[in-house]
Design a protein around this ligand. Sequence first.
Ligand code: DGY
Length: 319
Amino acid sequence: MTRPLFPAARAILDRHFDVEYWNKPERIPRTELLARVADKDALVVLLTEKVDEELLAASPKLRVASTVSVGFDNINVPACTRRKIVATNTPGVLDETTADLAWALLMAIARRIVEGDAWMRTGTWPGWDVDQLLGGDVYGKTLGLIGFGRIGRAVARRAQGFGMRVLYQNRTRVNAEIERELRAEFVDLDELLRESDFVSLHLPLSPETHHLISTDALAKMKPTAYLINTARGAVVDEAALAMALEQKKIAGAALDVYEQEPKVHAALMSRRDVVLAPHIGSATIDTRTKMAVMAANNAAALFDGRRPPNALNPEVLGS
Ligand code: DGY
């Protein structure tokens, strides 16, 4: 375990394994992790630890690699499959919480909440005036969701309360019943970028989605539009985003994730038209506890003679 996690998750692991926990406040150094996996049968990691060819080569006994995250770009799943190691993640339990955060960011950037808070704390606010901190309306506007899985759909549900038109782009079109229920229209990416007042990202990072939001994509957006990213940082070309903001191609961005975490592109740091959150999409007590318990169960299942419930490569388990 690269973090002690929460008592409920530790209870499961302690029942099944002789567990080695990394207890120090700092992240486990890579060399330390590589040394410690040598004799381990199961590994529970955070999204900040890479389970790649190097780590797999260093862990010849490993049978399961469980990440405490829904995103699994930290795990080389094909490499796990080649070595008959089950890779698992934690889908489902964080959808609403992450959608809440996307919504909070959307509201924060549109209504300039963070700028307002910073101003108040300087003690220089002169009192109400008619043209102070004018933002963008949310109610009745158009929301474009790129990625329409569980989290994208949870955001679409929130948009209904705000009388928004919802456009979505997804690898595959969802069925008509879901579209009707969420009043969501399937459009191509160009149309979504052109028409949306808010573009919110809810897709995994993969070679296909890397820098999907590029200079080109940003140029297609309205100058009054906002970008919200609670997915993965590298879906957005941060340098291109900083340039688009500088050139007023879009009105603002609210980000929870970054290309090179924990670094943030220097040109974004000082901008008032950017809201920056520290990757807290799923960060509530309930949700993080559920994720940790799920990850612990995923690791334990195999040694209990069960199929890990959230295997990313179930073919390793046979039928
Ligand atoms: C995930 O689960 O992938 C989030 O980024 C962290 O909760």
